[in-house]
Design a protein. Structure first.
Length: 292
């Protein structure tokens, strides 16, 4: 080895020693080159055939420090908690939920029929909604002394959205006139507000879903007398399961009102001889409203 190369090699070895690298080896041809030393490691090597770098002069330690950058980069430190607290925006405390959980004040006094109708909305609370054309909420005098409750709309009622407008309704109108009243003076509604298919009787789940609206209507109107037309209305309003032909014409208490059961006009249309029952019961209604 000539003197110049020896001197260069000595300079490089001295340079690496100052960096803390103490051991050196030389790769022979065919050997596997080792990986560079780990950061802060103690060994370094070079292929035997690879030329060593040729520094022009012994490098100063300060100049070679970047070579140590083989070390993994130090991850950025999280700011101290206190620093986070300092720099985090100050948010106002969340408002108390109780401000929003408080139910809006209920209007004083009883509900109006308009409010109950609005609450019913486009009702889908039971399966009768699927086959209806119109909800038949009820109609008449919102301050009526006399309220008629049927079981549910028929085809004509479903089509028009009004209660008792078919043949049974015409018979009811005649009965109302018979006792000296006009249809506009009374209120007429049903246990269920949508037509049961095939005019069948409403089923229990349908009555359970819809009857709360009936009771709210009665509460809003506060009539003197409720006339239940047919067995489903009697069962719903009075909870009486006996046959209508046994209990018709009797007065029952319902809150601060009275209730009376009679046969449904549609039943009379199918059984014309039973019109006598209807007439007798309507005469009782007339006397009751006259205070007799
Ligand atoms: S019958 Fe009454 S509860 Fe059922 S969908 Fe009609 S309005 Fe709603």
């Amino acid at each position: 080895m000539d003197e110049r190369l020896r001197q260069d090699l000595a300079n490089w070895l001295d340079f690496y020693r100052q960096l803390g690298i103490e051991e050196f080896y030389r790769c022979t041809p065919g050997s596997v080159a080792p990986l560079p030393a780990t950061p802060g490691g103690r060994a370094v090597g070079a292929h035997g055939h690879a030329p060593l770098p040729q520094p022009s002069a012994k490098p100063a330690i300060t100049e070679t420090k970047p070579a140590i950058s083989l070390a993994a980069p130090v991850p950025p430190q999280r700011p101290e908690a206190s620093e986070t607290a300092r720099t985090a925006p100050i948010r106002p405390p969340a408002p108390s939920l109780s401000l929003f959980e408080t139910a809006p004040p209920k209007p004083s006094g009883p509900e109006t029929l308009e409010q109950i109708r609005a609450d019913l909305g486009d009702c889908q609370r039971c399966k009768l909604a699927r086959g209806r054309q119109n909800i038949v909420f009820g109609e008449g005098n919102p301050h009526a002394e006399l309220v008629f409750v049927g079981e549910g709309p028929g085809a004509d009622e479903d089509e028009q959205g009004r209660p008792f407008v078919g043949r049974a309704g015409q018979l009811l109108n005649r009965m109302i006139q018979m006792i000296g009243m006009k249809r506009e003076e009374v209120y007429i509604c049903n246990v269920v507000k949508c037509r049961p298919p095939g005019n069948r009787a409403p089923e229990k789940d349908e009555v359970d879903a819809c009857s709360p609206f009936l009771f709210r209507q009665l509460e809003a109107i506060k009539p003197r007398l409720i006339c239940c037309l047919g067995s489903p209305a009697v069962r719903t309003v009075l909870g009486i399961k006996e046959g209508i032909t046994k209990i018709h014409g009797q007065f029952y208490d319902f809150d601060n009102s009275k209730a009376l059961a009679t046969v449904h006009p549609a039943y009379v249309l199918r059984n014309p001889r039973e019109e006598k029952i209807l007439r007798e019961d309507f005469e009782k209604i007339r006397k009751f409203l006259k205070g007799k």
